[in-house]
Write a protein that binds this ligand. Structure first.
Ligand SMILES: [Zn+2]
Length: 307
């Protein structure tokens, strides 16, 4: 009997919640109107602009930036346990923290890690974190994409290494429906970090963890040289070398080669941006004096956001 009563209360509560959720507030993708839309309604109907189907509200292709590298993906949103992201839009907060649904086609860029949604018309909204423990978004939608890195090693032919990745929206730096929007979003992402707007997740530069000194080539010993060779090394978190280039030659090929060999075995720690490891660059200055060599590491100002 008692159980029966609780069962009834439970049903009544579920009914009540369903009723509260029955009207969603959406932004029209075309004007500034807010439109009430029933969940699962096939169209979004704006009194001024007419009806929009799910296809009118969704991107076909998504342009994304994953840990400073850009890629394209089919834009298919199918969250497992999250109702903040759907194929036709994402949930954000209005001025008074009211919940509002924004069609993807109204979005210029979305920066999940900074909780910024910028619309094509310039309006901005905030979101909650794209991944939260427990309700309401423990499992944000995943995207399949391919990251291509061009490996440039001095003295070797360039080669492209591709990785197939599957990761969720909370890990993406920027997401957009156009290349232009993606670039605007990347610029914004950098500005936000530079402005210190994310103090709990500062940028960390990479470090040389194992500096390697070059050996003076036998052919050049005893010549009382005073030369410098600068080598640029770009590496990824996994230890993958992305670029190794001679930036400043000594004018002596043997000396340059000795510096390049040393640079290859230099240990680098990963840089971090918004709490995740990203590729980054270090300049290694090899000073050859007499028969000795010293190395000095320099982290360039824009060591992270470069190709
Ligand atoms: Zn409208």
């Amino acid at each position: 009997m008692r159980l029966g009563v609780w069962g009834l209360v439970g049903l009544w509560m579920l009914g009540g919640i369903a009723q509260v959720a029955s009207a969603e507030t959406w932004l029209c993708p075309n004007c500034e109107n807010r439109v009430e839309r029933a969940p699962d309604a096939p169209t979004l109907d704006c009194g001024e602009c007419g009806s929009f189907t799910a296809e009118d509200l969704s991107w076909i292709v998504g342009y994304l930036n994953y840990k400073t590298r850009s890629a394209e993906t089919s834009f298919l949103v199918s969250p497992e346990e999250c109702d903040r992201f759907r194929q036709d839009g994402l949930q954000a907060f209005g001025e008074s923290r009211e919940l509002i649904w924004i069609p993807w086609t109204a979005v210029d860029y979305f920066i999940p890690r900074q909780r910024i949604v910028r619309l094509i018309d310039g309006r901005e909204f905030t979101t909650d974190y794209a991944r939260t423990r427990g309700a309401p978004c423990p499992a944000p939608p995943k995207f399949l994409f391919q990251i291509a890195d061009t490996i440039r090693i001095e003295g070797q032919k360039d080669r492209v290494v591709t990785q197939d990745l599957e990761d969720d929206i909370s890990t993406l730096f920027v997401i957009s429906g156009s290349e232009k929007g993606l670039h605007a979003g990347i610029t914004r992402f950098i500005e936000e970090v530079e402005a210190g707007n994310h103090p709990r997740l500062p940028r960390t530069d990479n470090k040389v963890t194992r500096p390697t000194v070059a050996q003076m080539p036998t052919s050049l010993r005893g010549k009382n040289l005073d030369k410098t060779v600068t080598v640029k090394v770009r590496g990824e978190r996994s230890g993958q070398l992305l670029e190794l280039a001679l930036v400043k030659s000594s004018g002596l090929d043997d000396l340059d080669q000795a510096a390049i060999r040393a640079a290859r075995s230099t240990g680098l720690s990963t840089a971090g941006e918004m709490g995740v490891g990203v590729p980054s660059t270090v300049l290694l200055h090899y000073h050859f004096k007499g028969d000795a060599c010293t190395v000095e590491a320099e982290i360039p100002k824009n060591s992270i956001w470069q190709n």
